[in-house]
Design a protein around this ligand. Sequence first.
Ligand code: KIV
Ligand code: ZN
Length: 512
Amino acid sequence: MKKEKLIIFDTTLRDGEQSPGASMQADEKMRIAKMLEKMNVDIIEAGFPAASPGDFKAVESIAKTIKDSTICGLSRALDKDIDRVGEAIKNANSGRIHTFIATSDIHMEKKLNMNPEQVTEQAIKAVKRARKWTDNVEFSAEDAGRTRVEFLIQIIEKAIDAGATTINIPDTVGYNLPHQFGDLIKTLINEVPNSDKAIFSVHCHNDLGLAVANSLSAVINGARQVECTINGLGERAGNAALEEIVMSVRTRSDIFNCDTNIDSSFIVPASKLVAGITGFAVQPNKSIVGANAFAHEAGIHQDGVLKSRETYEIMQAQDVGWDKNKLVLGKHSGRNAFKKRLSEIGVDLKSDTELNEAFARFKNLADKKHEIFDEDLQAIISDQVSDEFDECIKLVSLKVCCETGEIPKSVVVLNIDGVEQKGQSSGGGAVDATFQAIKKITRSDATLQLYSVNSITSGTDSQGEVTTRLQLGNRIVNGQGADTDIVIASAKSYINALNKIHLKDLKKHPQI
Ligand code: KIV
Ligand code: ZN
C-alpha cells in the first residue's frame, strides 16, 4: 500500500541557532542549507529575518540559492516582521512564511498582555498579510501544548479561514507526554471544522526528553509535518532530532502509514557538519549519529552480530551514512580533486583567491596528517571563514613550554586591528597558560563557560576541534578552532569566541 507523505521541516538554522552560543555565520548557514537540500528536506526554516540584518541576508541568499527545498522564514504576527520574511523569500523557487502568536493563558496574560479575542484578531491579520506575499503560509499557536483546547480549536479554524495552509502545534516548553500530545492532535483534526484544508504539523521541545516521542505520537494521530533539527539542536534542551524521527518512521514502517523523502545516507555527514559548525558535539551514545550508535562492545553482542547482523542491529550503519566518512584526499591530491570534493560536500568557494587560500590550508594540513577526510575539509573551510570574518583579533604566533615538574608557560602574539601585541603567562597547563596570555593582551571581561576538545577523525594525528564558550553580560557565544596541535586549536577557538562576543549585531529573539 502506498504510504502517505510525512513532510520534514528542518529548523536547525532557526530554532537550532537559538541554542545559546550556536549562532552561525551566513556562509556556515549556506553550507548547512545545501546539505539539507541534498538530503531532500522538504522545508528549510532558514531564519528569522526581522531579528537582524544578518539574519535577513542569510535567509535571502539561501532562498536565492536553494532550488529543491522550500525556504521558510519565521515572523511574529506583526506586519513589519511578515514583510521582512516576504522580502527575504521573494526570489525563492518555493517560499513559505511562518507566523506565530502565543495562545496559552499564561503567555497571553503574562507575556503579551492580550486577551484571546485580541490574539485571534492579530493571528487572522497576520495570516492575511502573509498571504499577500505567498500562498504557502504556516500559522503556529505558540505554547499550544499548554493552551485550552476549546480556544485552540477556535483560533485554528479562523487561521485556516484566513488562508493558513499549515497549522503548527508547538509544545514550546516540552511539557506534554506522548499519549496526551497524540490525543491533542487527534482532537484538533477531528474538531476543527475546516481541518481538511490544512496540514497539521508539530514542533516539540525536549525539556523532558520527550520531543521525538511526542512528535511520533502526533504522527500516529494524523500530523503530516514534523519540525525538527539535526542532532536535536535547539532552544534549551533542543527540538526533536531529525535523524531520530526519520529513522523511527522508516525502521517501524509496520506502525507508520507514512514515510519521508529523506535520503538517510546524508544523516551522519549532516550531523558532523552541524556539530563542527556550532561546536555542539554529539554525545557518543546519541542514537543514530553518536560514535557508539553502531559499536558493539560486549562479546556476546559482537558474536551475535558476526553470525547475523539483525541479532543486535535494527538499522544498518551505511543507511545513515556512516560509510560516507571515507578517505577522500591525501598529500598528493591536486587542486582540481580538492575543488571537486569541496563541491561534493556542498562548499562552493566564490573566487579563485578563496580556493587558493583553502588549497594552501589543505596542503599544510596534508603535510602533518596523511589522510584527509570530509570532516577535515569542513574544518579547513570553517577556519578560513572565521579568519575572513574575524577582522579584529588574529593569532600571529604561539609558543608553549611544558616540562614535567615545571610550570607551563605560553607566549602569544596577536594582531589586533592591524597592530601586533605580545603577551605571556604561566598556567596550570599549556592551554590555561595560553588563555591567560590571550586574556592579558585583549583585556576582555568575557568569562569562560565551556571548553571542550574533540578529535575530528580517528588516530593521534587527527585534528583536534575545540569549542570555547564565553559569556559577556547576557550574551553567550561559542568559538571554534581546529588544528593537529590542540593548544593551537584551543587558542584559535578562544580568539574566534572573543571576536564574536565583541560584535555589535545583536539579534532579537523570535519568542519575545
Ligand atoms: O517553540 C516554539 O513555539 C517555536 C515557534 C516559533 C514555532 O519555536
Ligand atoms: Zn521552538
